[in-house]
Design a protein around this ligand. Sequence first.
Ligand code: HEC
Ligand code: HEC
Ligand code: HEC
Length: 403
Amino acid sequence: MKTLLLSLTLSALSLSGSLALAQAPDQADEIIRGRYQAVLTDCAACHTAPGGKPLSGGLPLHTPFGDLVPPNITPDKETGIGDWTKEEFRSALKQGVGHGGKRLYPAMPYPAYTKMSDMDVDNLWSYIRTVEPVHNAVEANQLPFPFNIRTAMLGWNMLNFTPGDFKPDPGKSEQWNRGAYIVQGAGHCGTCHTPKNLTGADKDGVALQGASLQGWYAPNITSNNHIGIGAWSDDEIVQYLKTGQNSHSIASGPMREAVQESTSMMTDGDLKAIAVYLKSVDGGPDDKPKAVAADDAHMKAGALIYHDTCSACHGLEGKGASQLFPALAGSPLVQQPSAETLTHLVLYGSQGATTPAARTTPAMPSLGWRLNDQQVANVLTYIRNSWGNAAAAVAPADVKDKR
Ligand code: HEC
Ligand code: HEC
Ligand code: HEC
């Protein structure tokens, strides 16, 4: 009854806007805090389609098991979550169990959101109740048999899911704990950056050490000095998350979206906390692999292509031009174990993020039409093994897979 009253008041609130806000200061605060939770959690990344109404349903996620479509979570009663209770919403986020006991698939990142406090989730609920209700029926489960059987998630959860709030480490600073809370919980950075096991669950022992996702590679973002961001200062990490670029790297693809929709709107205090936490995460051995020799035939062919096609922007020595063309020399992104992100950039090009702090963004042209698979592989092998860089050679077959 209380919830019903609250939701009635809140829908009245959204209708009459600022007048109602002024009349219900407590709820207004809750909604404002909930709006910030929506920034931290970036529900829209999945639940809003490009050009679509906020939270009314997203683009299909291609999982190794089949397609799942993020459903409509606007307050529409028929096709959204308008008839859910606050408790059901909390259970969906923190237990992976929705309305009527429906077991959700972990493509919905409840294994991360489970770490959120009840208060943060409840504030988010208050905010989501104020979003415009949209009538849009979405069939979430498009998985083939047997993956379409939801009760299978009981077994998955038993194997892979530890429900429960974030437990602060009393031996660490408040700032570190805030960073850990965001990265592991609300910000669900590991959903993209943590390697997965065969059932698609995070491998906690190697958290944030890099993973493939939908044709991109979300790189190692630990303290590792070779392939992680151990060499970036806290301020450089903050700058990247706030503006989508710093003197080391420029965010593209899924990270560009994450910066635009989420991290660029986080408070400076929260960004700093994230930086402090990331720099403390162990990222495995720092040793470099042996670089492919400069007189290797693929390296020599790659060098010629680099000089012709890339050096005008990235520089003959791979140093780039700060804030305009990212440096390739010493870049952790360039030296990841997987070259998927690099391949994607060369084949299809990319545009940096547009954020309030950096409104104009440089673009990388697509070069897939000019270079064949062997040439792309050679030039990538070259940038991964020049100027002090060292990483595995790239094979033409890996490039072919991405076309
Ligand atoms: C990485 C993508 C992703 C993100 C981020 C995400 N979701 Fe989801 N969500 C999904 C998918 C996919 C489903 C469908 C799962 C299923 O059907 O089992 C889903 C299902 C749900 C459901 C169940 C709806 C229903 O009709 O049963 C709710 C509620 C929900 N999400 C809320 C949220 C909220 C709130 C956030 C932000 C805190 C969020 N989601 C963030 C992908 C995402
Ligand atoms: C939807 C997937 C996704 C999510 C969520 C995500 N990232 Fe990323 N991230 C990527 C991808 C892909 C890249 C590589 C793209 C690029 O560098 O242009 C990347 C790049 C980065 C980089 C740059 C690393 C480098 O060496 O250039 C940092 C730092 C980073 N992410 C931090 C974070 C943090 C912190 C969070 C959580 C608040 C987060 N990411 C959430 C996908 C994601
Ligand atoms: C016209 C200028 C231009 C040319 C030519 C160009 N690039 Fe880029 N490149 C950029 C810009 C701008 C970015 C940043 C855009 C982004 O990441 O979304 C970028 C990003 C990259 C990155 C990601 C670096 C990071 O840390 O974010 C790699 C790797 C890369 N380019 C490799 C190449 C290679 C290899 C070639 C030649 C085959 C090439 N580029 C040609 C402008 C160029």
